[in-house]
Design a protein around this ligand. Sequence first.
Ligand code: ZN
Length: 465
Amino acid sequence: MALLSFLGAIQQVTGSCYLLETHDGAKVLLDCGLHQGRRQEEEGNRLPFPFDAASIDAVVLSHAHLDHSGLLPKLAAAGFRGPVHATEATSELLELMLMDSANIQEKDAEWETRWRQRIGKPPVKPLYTRLETERLLQQRRPHGYGEPFEAAPGITVTFHDAGHILGSSIVQLDVTDFGRTRRLVFSGDLGNVHSPLMHAPTYLEQADVLLMESTYGDRDHRNPDETLEELSRILDQAHADGGNVLIPAFSVGRTQDLIYHLGKLYQQGRLKQQAVFLDSPMAIRANDIYRRFFDQLDLPELAGHTAAPKIESWLPVLRTTPTPEESMAINRFKSGAIIIAGSGMCTGGRILHHFKHNLWRQECHVVIAGFQAAGTLGRALVDGARHVKLLHQRIGVNAQIHTLGGFSAHAGQSQLLDWAGRFANRPELYLVHGELDKMKVLQQALIERLNWNARIPEPGERIAL
Ligand SMILES: [Zn+2]
């Protein structure tokens, strides 16, 4: 009988990781994500894997976000030599995400080592290096949506579009053990049906065991049109106040959505700001990958085109600032600028420098448009912190902080219920990838609305498939 272990993103949103083992000894790892957020969670990244990395036959990756992929180089460094199966776009985005992550790991370790040496402490090693990451990237095996392949003996995998970010997938695993086939479906991160660039998540009808994400299990998002109006009002207010607008954004997914929305306001003649900066080398490169896979986007206006225009052309006032010098030059703008920069949860990246220059100014505005995990700087701002610590300085928060729920790249509660409800046969349902209080609300809604008992697994729990 095949066994499934719940290793990561259990009662929390980061560190996605599940291990599937058949009786015949096949081992497939589903996602290998980085823990992000609170210090104690991030320290989890340093712990040894609870399995022998060399014994894993293959990794199957739902999508490129680091909380699903970010420990892959560490897995390879620990001895994993098998293939990493993912969709074509995920395979492309993975290089971008992991090389950036390796860079950050090396720089952080270098900085900390220098600091430790001054007080006579031993140096620290990066979580993984660029070299280890380059090696892991050689192990990628891209696949198309809807094309089944064998990931290991007895385990056939099919990717279906999850509509979350480019390349994101719902993973279907058909597991044959002792002549019996059981179907495991992992939702991955399910997209928001209202997201402008992505298709709605694929509806599936049959599974024996279902793992479903529950990031927004406790609520529905606001209507996207209302959200766009709200954004427009905030931008007008910032213009009237004479301050800048800072938008921390994930480089992959959120940034492209924002360019689309701001482009819409521009075309309607409603964008007063004359300068929108995309201050993220990674997002600029992600734009190119989005453009290359434009046929996978839900943009009817591009149907029939053989080549898509550059994403930047959606918003004529957009300026990209790949170099550090160009990035620093943005500081000259004391008003009238919209600055989109990473990281999405404000845990690093160029957004911190813009916070340093703008967060203490009451005429400035911060727009938070994505999920902020507990323990992150972004969450502290959402929760109303009056002071924050960033770049080794204490900064007062005088700028106005706005949270926009409607642009989420995740399904809201009703959408989760709708997606799960399409399974005709009521599979065993496990809720994953969510904070416990939100999962409990979703669990209750599943009982009330669908008369369906879902389980919330414990970290490390193992079930028979
Ligand atoms: Zn994601």
